[in-house]
Design a protein around this ligand. Structure first.
Ligand code: G4P
Length: 498
């Protein structure tokens, strides 16, 4: 067996998803501590946009400044009870907690092979977690659940599991149990432990046994109870995770399914960070390696541009550090220094024409005209808008009627971030102008004549997106309904991926 197969098999690439404040950061830190990747708690903490900080730009700067190091946290881990010495290689992908950046989180989910959902046991399942779980279900991502904060007075463990089953639509089975006084507890035990009271044990017996097959199919979520803060139940979770969570899984491309064990390298870009260092205009494009081995200084094909490229300084991420690497394997994330060649969704291969599927793009919810507030800086503004859109910060539409630029986002904070970044990274000033807008719909039809008529009749509502595709900008539900009723052969899509 070539050595890259072993390398791929020991990789576990996952994301922790949760509602803000459920304890994702605390849990991540404890996992890193177990892996010996950090030595003090608190090291990851600063990588958070505080919920209250919508106008605290220092926070966003700080977050951007260090998040390249913490976007991916890789470390090696040997199971605590194992005599095997080959360590697992764990890659944790960070997901922003703030809901206005949910789109970033959705994209990150396309680059992971499994997820751990953290739930605050006092609060139960919250809306945002539910939305993220929908993406997992769609992709059949294997899920484990960590019921956090069991050291506090919280909900009953059985009620929590019922809630997960109902709200997240997945079967559960408990694998560790909170033990102690009443609902609060001070340690966890295994499910077959004699410490668990008999009536509780009877109830636990009603849950299905853990089945790896069902877990891997995304149908059954093992549940662990614990406290990230008090480091209870974390090692149980981690040991079980490395043993049962999947190594890199096959990835669907338009042309075919790509198996991670294929020797030829393939990968796709799921995230771009522009202007990490404002003095050098440096961008980093994050690629998930889908198959084979990636090597430094070897030519690969940029499928979108049909161009050969090689990279002299690819980086991988070990805990808080990023370092130049000579090779990386399926499951890993490599950061490629970029000068504007990449956009989200781009594919790199050893030569094959492949287009990976499934990078979600979301229906924008809020729309504003973006105007230049400094006539001397038009070029800078155009460049900034262009690059930020490539980074996937928001979506750009150009009205066909008057050529005005419209930015569509999923939350208000994105407008503020764009304005701030245009000013600080591109030296350009923008102004926002409110507009009446209900939905942006990407339209297509097999009936070319009907499509032509539609575009002509609805000219005042038509725009193009960044790729030049036709978008119908309906300013009310009524206008959209009318259009859908009158033009039966036109398909209206609410996201750009269809
Ligand atoms: P997040 O990344 O999901 O947003 O959550 P984070 O880990 O930052 O945790 C949110 C708050 O919950 C933090 O308190 C953290 O200390 C606390 N916490 C996390 N896990 C547990 C747990 O198992 N038990 C208890 N009791 N608390 C927990 P904070 O007051 O916001 O911050 P800090 O002052 O503790 O740093």
């Amino acid at each position: 067996m070539p050595n890259y197969v072993d390398e791929i098999l020991r990789r576990r690439t996952f994301a922790i998803i949760s509602h803000p404040d459920a304890g994702k950061t605390t849990l991540t830190e404890k996992l890193l501590l177990y892996g010996g990747a950090i030595h003090v708690a608190g090291a990851v903490k600063s990588n958070k946009i505080k919920k209250t900080a919508t106008s605290d730009w220092m926070e966003i700067e700080k977050q951007r400044g260090i998040s390249v190091a913490t976007s991916v946290m890789g470390f090696d881990y040997v199971r605590s009870d194992s005599s095997k010495c080959t360590p697992y290689h764990i890659n944790i992908l960070d997901t922003p907690g703030h809901q206005d950046f949910a789109e970033d989180t959705f994209r990150t989910l396309t680059a992971v092979d499994s997820v751990i959902i953290v739930i605050d046991s006092a609060k139960g399942v919250e809306t945002q977690t539910r939305r993220l779980m929908e993406v997992c279900r769609m992709r059949k991502t294997p899920v484990m659940v960590f019921m956090n904060k069991m050291d506090r007075e919280g909900k009953d463990p059985f009620d929590l599991m019922d809630e997960v089953e109902q709200e997240l639509g997945i079967h559960v089975t408990p694998l560790s149990w909170a033990n102690g006084q009443g609902i609060k507890f001070d340690h966890v035990t295994t499910i077959d432990s004699h410490e668990i009271a008999e009536d509780t044990r009877d109830l636990i017996g009603c849950y299905p046994e853990f089945s790896e097959e069902e877990y891997l199919a995304g149908d059954l979520a093992p549940v662990f109870f614990g406290s990230a803060y008090k480091t209870i139940g974390v090692q149980e979770l981690l040991d079980f995770f490395v043993e049962h969570a999947p190594s890199p899984r096959p990835v669907e491309a338009v042309e075919r399914k790509v198996d991670p064990m294929e020797e030829a390298f393939t990968g796709f870009c799921f995230k771009i960070h522009a202007n990490m260092d404002p003095n050098h205009r440096s961008c980093i494009a994050f690629f998930k390696i889908c198959s084979g081995r990636f090597e430094r200084n070897v030519y690969y094909k940029h499928v979108g541009k049909n161009q050969q490229m090689r990279f002299s300084a690819p980086t991988c991420f070990m805990a808080q550090k990023k370092e130049t690497v000579d090779e990386a394997f399926a499951g890993d994330i490599v950061g490629l220094p970029d000068t504007g060649n990449f956009k989200i969704g781009d594919t790199l291969t050893a030569g094959e024409m492949l287009h990976f599927k499934g990078l979600p793009s979301f229906s924008p919810e809020m729309f504003k005209y973006i105007e230049n507030a400094d006539p001397m800086k038009q070029k800078q503004l155009d460049k900034g808008i262009h690059q930020l859109m490539d980074e996937g910060v928001a979506q750009l539409f150009v009205s066909q009627l008057n050529g005005r630029k419209i930015i569509g986002t999923v939350g208000q904070l994105q407008f503020e971030v764009i304005q701030y970044r245009l000013e600080h990274e591109y030296n350009a000033k923008c102004r926002w102008e409110n507009m009446q807008m209900y939905k942006a719909c990407w339209i297509e039809s097999d009936d070319a004549e009907e499509l032509r008529t539609f575009k002509m009749r609805k000219a005042q509502y038509m725009a193009t997106d960044k790729e030049g595709r036709d978008v119908f900008m309906a300013d009310s539900a009524y206008i959209l309904n009318m259009a859908q009723n009158d033009y039966k052969h036109i398909r209206f899509h609410f996201t750009s991926e269809f």
